[in-house]
Design a protein around this ligand. Sequence first.
Ligand code: 13P
Ligand code: SF4
Length: 345
Amino acid sequence: TREELENRVIEVKKQLGSRLFIPGHHYQKDEVVQFADATGDSLQLAQLSAENKEAEFIVFCGVHFMAETADILTSDQQKVILPDMRAGCSMADMADIQQTERAWETLEGIFGDTILPLTYVNSTAAIKSFVGANGGATVTSSNAEKMVKWAFEMKERILFLPDQHLGRNTAVNLGVGLDEMAIWNPINHELEYEGDFSKIKVILWKGHCSVHENFTVQNVHDTRSQYPDMKIIVHPECRREVVELADMAGSTSYIINAIEKAEPGTAWAIGTEMNLVNRLIQNHPDKKIISLNPHMCPCLTMNRIDLPHLVWSLDTLEETNNIIKVSPEIAKNAKLALEQMLIHS
Ligand code: 13P
Ligand code: SF4
């Protein structure tokens, strides 16, 4: 029963104390989040991993790239465990390392040494390693502006992997024109841009988050006409048109803070993953909160981590095969890219 499962988690946590650390991303289910030792957005979870020196077992309740990041930032003695190995991220899967190396060769052919790669942390360790090896850095939704600014201090143009929307939204906020942005299409290996290539400042990898692409301009218009006083807050993985029409945009922690700070009686439509929206609805009965898309948008891979998987991984800590271990060759440069971000955050 659910109660038995919950009691088992409580028991193991008590037994292991600080030998066990359970980080949980804000998109995790309530049944899992209730047992997290810490919750956070991607940046906070990376920072927590970098700081944690004592946990032998880090049972990561989030998706694969987050667990890889935790492994890269912790020591070899610390084991990072993902309760369900199928908990990937469809966006991270949109850039593989072969495609990236091929793209880079072509782009260097066009732009020479004027280009710096940046990757959203929602990417494989191999991509982070490629970026680190080429002097670039990782970014998250909470520091993307800072990191893109930093990149422009180093080079004239950037390649932003793998989320075109976060890349575009960030660049627009920094004053880069849409006519200064090109798209790299990894499927047909082509730079999509009409005009003189020398004008290009940002090359956006053609990837996206299938959860956040479900929030549409139509959703914004419907919300505005039904609830004229409602504030709209979205994650920057949403399309530019949606972010532009919204009142606010930011990382999952930014969204949570905004709702926590809001006055009682205020009304909010939120454009992000369903578990987080539902939690905010539950935790703030004094505010009117709805999902920007009434059909709700779950992240199926985040949802693969559930209470039974958590219990199973806690029961098999010593002999588990669900260990996330990035090879030392990849980890070395991936760590450079992550550290470059952490020192700027
Ligand atoms: P945050 O860094 O804002 O938590 O976002 C992570 C993510 O995967 C959003 O889809
Ligand atoms: Fe990846 Fe989107 Fe899920 Fe975030 S919400 S983990 S970007 S698929």
